[in-house]
Design a protein around this ligand. Structure first.
Ligand SMILES: *Cc1c(COP(=O)(O)O)cnc(C)c1O
Length: 435
C-alpha cells in the first residue's frame, strides 16, 4: 500500500521546495496519524515532531480541546464572506488578541497564512503613506537573509538567495541591511539601519524584521537591547516598525511575543503558524490605532485587499481555543522550565567534532555543522540518522535545530535532544567529509 501511495505521489503531486530529482529518488515519509509530539508513519513507526510541523504546532497534535472547538464550530458555520458580514468567532478572537498583543495595539486584519500576513502589513504601510501626505515614503528596510514568506511581496522582503534568485526581476527594490558581523553579531546591522533612518528616514515606509530570531536564515539570534534601539529609532524617524512574529510569536522565544523581551510595541505585528495551533491556515496582521486611522475619511481610502477565506470561522474558532489553552495550561510559562534543558543540551552538542557553533532561545536550539548555509548537505545526513532513531528533524541546510511543540514533556524533550546528539555523531562517523 505504501509503495503504491509513493508511486501515485510521484505521478501526481508537485511538492513544495523539492527538486524533481529529489522527488523521484528520495522516498517521503507517509504520516498517517499524529498525537501530542508524535508523528506515526504508515508502518506504525513513531517520530518526535522535532520542528513542530514547520513551526506551527505548539500545543501538540490532536489536542482534544482544539478538536472539540473545530467540531463545535463546524456545526454552526464553516465559512461565509467576511465583507458586509461578521461573526462571533472572528470578533471574539480579535478582542482576545488585542488583549494579549503588545500594549497599544488596537486593530486586527485576518488573513490565511504567514506570507499574506506580511503581504498585508507591507501593503498597509505603503498605502498609509500614499494617502497621508508622505508619498515619498516608498522604501522598506529588511534584513539580510530575512524570510517573510513566498508571495511576491514577502519574497521581495526576503533575502535568502535560494528563495528569491530566480524571481529577482519581479521583486520590488528595498534597502537591505548589511550582514551580521563576525560571530553573528547584529550590532552593526542595527547600527546601519539606525544610520539609514537618521539620514533618509523620511523616505522609509517601514522596517520589516523577524524580531530576535531569523528562523529560515538558520535560526540566527539577536538580542532584545538591539530591538529596543531599533524601535526607538523607528519612532524618531516616524516610520513603521513591522514585526514579523509568524515564527517567534506564541511563546516560541519564551514570552508571548519576541517584542515583549524588549518591551516594545511595533506599529504592525504579523502572526500565523502557532496562531491556529498548527490546525488550520489562519493568520492576523495587528496594527495600532494610528495605522488604522490612516484609512478613514472616504471610500477611496479603504484598504483594498482581501482573500476569499479571510476571517474563516473554523480557523477563528480554533485560534480562540488556542488562546484559551495557552491561558489554562500556562503554555508560555512552561517554556521557562524547558529552555535551560535545551540550552544545556546544545552546549554539549557544541563539544562534538564537526560542530561549528550552537545557540538557543526559548524553545529553539540550533547547531551549525558547516559553512554552506541553506544549500548545505550535512544537515540532511543528520536528518536521515534521526529518522532512523525516531525523530523528524528537517534541517536548514547545514544548520540542524529543534523547535518542538512547547508542551513537549521533559522526558520527550530529553529523548529528542539525545536523538539529535546521537544523529550528529552518527552522521560524522559515517561520512569522512567531516571538516
Ligand atoms: C513561515 C514564515 C512566514 C511564512 O508563513 P507561511 O504560513 O508559510 O506563509 C513568514 N514569516 C516568517 C518569519 C516565517 O517563519
Amino acid at each position: 500500500m505504501d509503495s503504491s501511495l509513493i508511486h501515485l505521489d510521484r505521478q501526481y503531486i508537485w511538492r513544495p521546495y523539492t527538486s524533481t530529482d529529489n522527488h523521484q529518488s528520495v522516498d517521503p515519509l507517509i504520516i498517517q496519524r499524529a498525537e501530542g509530539v508524535w508523528l506515526t508513519d504508515a508502518a506504525g513507526k513513531r517520530y518526535i515532531d522535532g520542528n513542530g510541523s514547520w513551526w506551527t504546532n505548539t500545543l501538540g497534535h490532536a489536542h482534544p480541546r482544539l478538536k472539540q472547538a473545530l467540531q463545535r464550530q463546524s456545526e454552526a458555520l464553516m465559512h461565509c464572506a467576511f465583507a458586509g458580514i461578521t461573526h462571533a468567532p472572528a470578533v471574539h478572537l480579535a478582542r482576545e488578541l488585542i488583549h494579549i498583543a503588545p500594549p497599544g495595539m488596537a486593530r486586527v486584519f485576518f488573513s490565511d497564512n504567514g506570507s499574506t500576513a506580511v503581504e498585508v502589513a507591507t501593503k498597509i504601510a505603503f498605502q498609509y503613506w500614499q494617502q497621508n501626505g508622505q508619498p515619498q515614503r516608498r522604501h522598506f528596510i529588511a534584513l539580510t537573509d530575512a524570510f517573510h514568506g513566498d508571495t511576491l511581496g514577502s519574497t521581495s522582503l526576503g533575502g535568502i538567495p535560494a528563495f528569491r534568485k530566480v524571481f529577482g526581476p519581479l521583486l520590488f527594490d528595498l534597502i537591505r541591511a548589511p550582514e551580521p558581523g563576525d560571530n553573528g553579531d547584529y550590532a552593526e546591522v542595527i547600527d546601519a539601519i539606525i544610520k539609514e533612518l537618521s539620514s533618509h528616514g523620511s523616505r522609509i515606509a517601514g522596517i520589516v524584521i523577524e524580531p530576535l530570531l531569523q528562523g529560515a536564515a538558520g535560526m540566527r539570534m539577536w538580542p532584545p537591547t538591539l530591538l529596543t534601539a531599533l524601535s526607538h529609532a523607528a519612532k524618531q524617524a516616524e516610520t513603521f516598525l513591522i514585526a514579523d512574529e509568524v515564527f517567534t510569536g506564541y511563546g516560541r522565544t519564551g514570552s508571548m511575543w519576541a517584542c515583549d523581551h524588549a518591551d516594545i510595541t511595533p506599529d504592525i505585528l504579523c502572526t500565523a503558524k502557532a496562531f491556529s495551533g498548527g490546525v488550520l491556515p489562519m493568520a492576523a496582521t495587528i496594527t495600532t490605532q494610528r495605522v488604522f486611522d490612516g484609512f478613514s475619511g472616504g471610500s477611496d481610502r479603504a484598504f483594498m485587499h482581501g482573500h476569499t477565506y479571510y476571517g474563516n470561522p473554523l480557523g477563528a474558532a480554533v485560534a480562540r481555543e488556542v488562546l484559551a489553552v495557552y491561558r489554562d495550561e500556562r503554555v508560555v510559562e512552561q517554556v521557562n522550565a524547558k529552555a535551560p534543558i535545551i540550552r544545556a543540551a546544545f552546549e554539549r552538542i557544541a563539544q562534538l567534532p564537526g560542530v561549528k557553533s550552537v545557540r538557543s532561545l526559548g524553545m529553539v536550539g540550533a547547531a551549525d555543522l558547516g559553512n554552506a548555509g541553506y544549500q548545505g548537505q550535512i544537515g540532511w545526513q543528520v536528518y536521515q540518522q534521526a529518522l532512523q532513531m525516531g525523530a523528524y528533524l528537517r534541517p536548514l541546510g547545514d544548520t540542524v535545530y529543534i523547535a518542538p511543540p512547547l508542551v513537549i514533556s521533559q522526558t520527550e524533550l530529553a529523548q529528542l535532544l539525545e536523538i539529535l546528539h546521537a544523529a550528529i555523531v552518527a552522521a560524522y562517523k559515517n561520512n569522512p567529509w567531516s571538516s
